[in-house]
Ligand binder design. Structure first.
Ligand code: CO8
Length: 375
């Protein structure tokens, strides 16, 4: 008998609607042009800057993103709105994020051969929850008919890995048999579609993972979690000031600093070496070197970042098979990126192959899991 925690199921739910770079840029540029015409006098008087134009070529070259999925496309490209139009739900209806979470959770449960009665804990872990309470996790727990308990966690881009860490600890300690960790990343309401530097970065998605003890796992693809490692270091370079104080501080609820904003260059420069060093030392704790790793499921923020980190570790460019990229289709989905990569690219690994799941981003935060294919 072994109480080694294993990943026994993963679920990926993708919204129906996508927005291509071209569509996004067409909308942004029309907005910018309208703004510049309407503010011509102030721009000419040097009182304000003209809005610069965006370009689909820049976006793909600078980030690797070709398109992104969006939960509700209506409104986001409308130049008189520039934010998605998501219908309000009544208190007796399933909330939007809970619905996304349930969709992904059902797929993970199916893959892991788990029923509601096999699961003891539900963790909803993501960059934002649509309300403070009751927890989305408890709503999901109720919707799926799971006994036990649930709670929400917010750790921005590292929410998924940090959630998996908590699940690993509970299963290892024997306080839970199976834990369902879900990442309903509904990022689009926080994207500033009028900001050229960040309007292209994010997409919506939901992922879910089942972690359970090896001796109860019956699924066809199982990965033993050899260890987890987390690191945080405070930085203001990725920030959103949206929060529950908004009502009391009397600031403009639509102000740009209420939405996602960042110093992208600084993030790139500071986070890449931190992530590479973190992964290297995590592998070393388990007696492995980067060359021993068959698959890198890295956070999906920027293709150049992923290539740089992998190159630092391997001393060469990684192949597309070694370090799969999903952000061309999904864009940056906050914490879900590495889990999407895992969901789409794990079945071909052979017994005993080593893999690394690693997230990095706002906080700063870095979370990793060293895993090994069982069967
Ligand atoms: N179109 C055309 N030109 C542009 C555009 C555009 N859209 N944007 C910028 N440019 C121009 C700039 O003005 C600049 O011009 P100039 O040289 O004349 O000044 C030039 O292009 C180069 O600009 P940058 O230096 O800014 O471009 P980069 O090559 O650095 O690329 C990136 C920008 C893609 C943003 C890059 O810096 C990057 O990816 N950095 C890493 C960012 C990152 O990983 N952030 C993590 C954020 S996610 C996270 O932590 C989770 C938060 C929670 C989720 C939030 C949900 C909403």
């Amino acid at each position: 008998m072994s109480n080694t925690p294993v990943i026994s199921g993963v679920g990926l739910w993708t919204p129906e609607n996508a927005i291509t770079n071209e569509e996004l840029v067409m909308s942004y540029n029309a907005y910018a042009e309208k703004f510049n015409v309407e503010h011509k006098a102030q721009i000419e008087a040097g009182q304000i800057d003209a809005m610069p134009f965006s370009s689909a070529e820049f976006i793909e070259k600078a980030s690797g993103i070709k398109q992104r999925y969006i939960y509700q496309k209506e409104g986001a490209l409308d130049i008189d709105r520039m934010r998605p139009l998501i219908p309000k739900r009544r208190d007796d209806e399933l909330s939007h994020q809970a619905e996304m979470a349930v969709n992904a959770a059902k797929k993970a449960m199916l893959q892991a051969n788990k029923k509601a009665e096999d699961i003891d804990v539900v963790i909803v872990s993501c960059a934002y929850t649509e309300r403070a309470y009751p927890a989305i996790a408890i709503e999901v727990q109720g919707a799926l008919g799971i006994e036990g308990f649930g709670f929400d966690m917010l750790v921005a881009c590292s929410a998924a890995t940090f959630g998996l860490h908590r699940a690993y600890e509970m299963v290892k300690a024997g306080s839970a048999r199976s834990v369902l960790v879900i990442n309903p990343e509904l990022t689009s309401p926080q994207v500033n579609y009028t900001d050229r530097d960040s309007h292209f970065i994010f997409g919506d998605v939901a992922t879910a993972v089942i972690i359970e003890s090896e001796d109860t796992a019956t699924s066809s693809h199982q990965f033993a979690i050899l260890g987890t490692k987390a690191k945080t270091q405070f930085s203001n370079n990725i920030r959103s000031n949206f929060g529950y104080l908004s009502r009391a501080t009397d600031e403009d609820p639509y102000a740009a600093d209420r939405l996602f904003h960042q110093e992208g260059r600084k993030v790139f420069k500071e986070v890449c070496p931190m992530a590479a060093e973190h992964i290297q030392s995590h592998l070393a704790q388990h007696g492995y070197a980067p060359d021993n790793v068959s698959r890198w499921w890295l956070h999906q923020a920027n293709i150049n970042m992923n290539q740089l980190i992998a190159k630092r570790l391997l001393g060469r460019d990684p192949s597309a098979q070694e370090a799969p990229i999903v952000l061309d289709q999904y864009a940056n989905t906050a914490s879900a990126g590495s889990i999407i990569a895992f969901a789409l690219h794990h079945e071909d690994l052979k017994q005993d192959d080593i893999g690394v799941i690693c997230s990095f981003g706002a906080g700063y935060s870095i979370g990793s899991l060293v895993i090994q294919k069982r069967h």
